[in-house]
Write a protein that binds this ligand. Sequence first.
Ligand SMILES: Nc1ncnc2c1ncn2[C@@H]1O[C@H](COP(=O)(O)OP(=O)(O)OP(=O)(O)O)[C@@H](O)[C@H]1O
Length: 655
Amino acid sequence: MIGRIRSNCRPHPNFCKHHQFHVAYRQIPISYPTPVSATMWRTTRDSVCLICRSAATTTASKTTLQPWINPRTFATRARERPSRMVLSDDVARRSSSRDGGARKSRRQEDPGPFGGMNRKVANVDPRRAPPPPFSTSRHRDRDTEHKDRDSRDFKALKMQRALSTIPYGQRQAVKARIQEIDSFDQFDLVPQVKEAIASDVLKGMTDIKPTPVQRLAIPALLGNPVGGPRRRRELPSASQNKREEFLLAAETGSGKTLSYLLPCVHHLKVSEADDIDAINYNQRLEAEKERRGGQPVSQWIEKFEPHPNVARPRVVVLVPTAELVEQVLAVAKSISHVAKFKVRALSSTYDVAKIQRSLYGSGGIDMLISTPALLARIAERDPNVLSRVHHLVVDEADSLFDRSFSPETGKILDRSLPSIKQLILCSATIPRRLDNYLDTHFPNMNRIVTPNLHAIPRRVQLGVIDVSKDPYRNNKLLACADAIWTIGKEAASHDGPVAGEIEVKRIMVFVNERETTQEVAEYLVSKGIDAVALNRDTSDQRQSEALSVFTSNDPLRISKAEADAKAEAAKSRRHLANTKVIVATDLASRGIDTLAVRHVVLYDVPHTTIDFIHRLGRAGRMGRRGRGIVLVGKDDRRDIVSEVKESMFMGQALI
Ligand SMILES: Nc1ncnc2c1ncn2[C@@H]1O[C@H](COP(=O)(O)OP(=O)(O)OP(=O)(O)O)[C@@H](O)[C@H]1O
């Protein structure tokens, strides 16, 4: 036994069985951030008896660390932890190795199990000291405070303000600085790119302003970060072998796609001017055009020499799904109409001939958008494909660095890293696991984080339906159909913008398991609702057909006469003509730009806050109004739902 027991000392009730007689030592309760938040008791060599408060002699030769985990607490907390995935609460921090000794000092300040190692003086937080044996009223208060704090720690989803570790003043300063930027003209983008924004990409919009992530990311990717010195910076040359790494973390539907595409196209255009091979090719092409007189280029280009960029893109964008490939391709193409560059896509929905044409077409390729699996397979056979990548964008980085995608993403990264000048990761949620991965593998990463990261858009309201109550009596299917009928009837009760027409509501229903999609969709159809199921087993063709209604921003209306006729045709049963419903798993929740969706029904309570953010993020995009409806059954975690609701109301980040 370490230490000497003084005769007037008594065992403290809070000590574990190993320590209860170690009264000659100061016992410091520390919070250990494991999934069970176990409290540990650290014994220091500081020889002050907690009970009698007198100095004690010691024979201790080393500091000991013993866990004290009350088995009941362990079990309760293990049950209460809702998820494996935990959002990072400190995304914007500077990387540890970047700030040199910062990591060390942070460690020392950390209340973690190793936080107090090598201290010369015990850094005892008086609030955390165990109470003395004879509890006075003051100590009783302290006990209560302890319990309160603990109960707050046990919240179902630990809530925290966005960017809590960034000082308030600093955040305000960033906000103020980005407010000075209210036009895309203020960015140092090449004129063709600026022109493309108004004439194609955001065509038809008035008063176009960059969003917060665009205000922060575009200047940073162009080398003029907001608040930094104004200078035009050249990209590091290949010989310098320098690489810039960026993490763009911003809330859902905030325009992240443009925030990386515009700078990438800018760099493409700038580097084009130095590309000797391409310049020579263009000269030979012009000469050939002259030689052939007025013969259309398309008739002979295939027989002409291949472009030096054939199958060697300079910008590669990785996205997790085929739908996202098409979505990003559409945005990139709209920029290319004015900025003139060649953008191609690879997707599992394409046949071999199309993939071959996309990659090896004689006109060359500047930007490639693909899913990682397909590109990794192609790169294995033809490593040249990734030999000249200057910009690698990993969109939906939280998914692409997740277990299911990371082997392929890793392969592409490894092959392209030697030539990369800018590596750009982009995501609406940064789980701690990804955060730690980035910290370890990309310590120089430039973290561009918007103040509202991890918050659900404020204009999205959350309604809760208690399925255990009447009239549903735990029939979730009925509650779901009823919610959709209410939305449809409400829309039908008043005229849309065009007289005699009613608006068709596009509603997304999210479930946790893929098997449930079919069951729910079939039930909704049986109740007269136009619903389709979408999961991994749905063919790619059907997936994109089903999603196209939801991704299109065009107004969807039907005439009242048509609605009545449909109802008449389905006389024997009720029919809701003015809704279109998709029942999907998480597959449809990542990155899909569903601008027209106003209603999201969470049939199942999501497993994680990350899922909450992505699913509710399909509504309320780009500052629009939206409504989420959660169906809470008898076995669901009501506390999770009420916490999400509360933090949405407060405009806080979920964590
Ligand atoms: N500056 C802008 N002004 C108005 N609309 C914009 C602007 N930038 C982008 N948009 C539009 O906002 C919508 C959402 O953009 P985008 O899909 O890039 O969001 P996101 O942040 O990537 O969302 P998610 O996290 O869900 O993937 C798109 O329809 C896009 O055209």
